[in-house]
Ligand binder design. Sequence first.
Ligand SMILES: Nc1ncnc2c1ncn2[C@@H]1O[C@H](COP(=O)(O)OP(=O)(O)OP(=O)(O)O)[C@@H](O)[C@H]1O
Ligand SMILES: [Mg+2]
Length: 356
Amino acid sequence: MKNPEKQEVLNALSYVIEPDLKSDIVALDLVSDLQISDQKISFTLKVNNPALHNKKRITEACEHQLKRFLGDLQVSINIVPLGSTKERTAEQRKVMPGVRQIIAVASGKGGVGKSTLTANLAAGFAQKGFKVGLIDADIYGPSIPMMFDVLDQKPAIKEIDGKQMMVPVENYGVKIMSIGFFADINKAVIWRGPMASKALKQMFSDVFWGDLDMVFIDLPPGTGDIHLTLLQSSPITGAIVVSTPQAVALADARKGINMFEHPNLKIPIIGLVENMSWFTPEELPDNRYYLFGKDGVVHLSKELKIKMLGQIPLMTSVRESADCGRPAVLQEQTSISAVYKELIQNVEESLALSPV
Ligand SMILES: Nc1ncnc2c1ncn2[C@@H]1O[C@H](COP(=O)(O)OP(=O)(O)OP(=O)(O)O)[C@@H](O)[C@H]1O
Ligand SMILES: [Mg+2]
């Protein structure tokens, strides 16, 4: 029997609706790696909610439509969460060869909580047993050394395989490199584009990172030329975009998303995080005050069909933890550490990290 054409398979699959996104899976571009041979069809399908019952439902829907249009065929579907990343290829591993995933944390607008989020993601993943690195690439105001209580430290220099390499500073199980280690924190440094890219490149290639599951990069705010240059020279596997629910921040978050989707970059967006979603006073933990509007990022995620990774409240303890150099996720069983842990779980589902 003749194998069906690719177009025939896609036509049949276009009758399958993604339950959360309420549109067909082909129009949403959720089908990839389609292979047809020996009456066998296999493909990868992205879904918004990878819970078991959801996977089962959508698998059955695909099988049903393929049977209806093309008859009995063997079907094999690899279901992955929307926004999931791929492990780095051998080609990408020329720099930082032992690093499996490199995740950029970005926002369009400044001051929305990028560094706080990056610090909590890195410390939280490390606490879970992952091997984690963190690059603070914020050329305008590196804040990671303070958030990790390593302001007074500097990377050591070590000779490895005949090459002088920097050894990252370490705290809470996270290996840290910051652009702040190269400049006097009290003096404003004006990094111009090429200089900033060079410094960033050095943080990839001249640092002894070793074997790591993931490295997070705290990017400077903005979406200008300097960002494109920084990103083009970075082997990034995925991006997380953070915003407050406020309209001006959302407008800039859109610019950030467009930047990653730029044809020269095409960096997959793992998902969106809403920070400062509501204010909750420590003494009234059930109260929520929507200072910057409600659910702005949730609406954006629905509109752009990008995964929503979580909402983080504005709480004094988040700021205090950042200022005292111990990320809030490390607190024992507080409401805020639970919020970060759930967020980390959602990010983990999107990272293609097969066990080693
Ligand atoms: N959820 C939160 N609750 C309370 N304070 C927060 C929260 N998130 C961030 N902050 C505080 O808000 C301020 C800005 O956060 P942060 O430095 O992480 O933002 P940023 O986006 O990295 O800023 P920049 O653009 O300057 O790099 C900091 O003082 C931080 O402690
Ligand atoms: Mg910052």
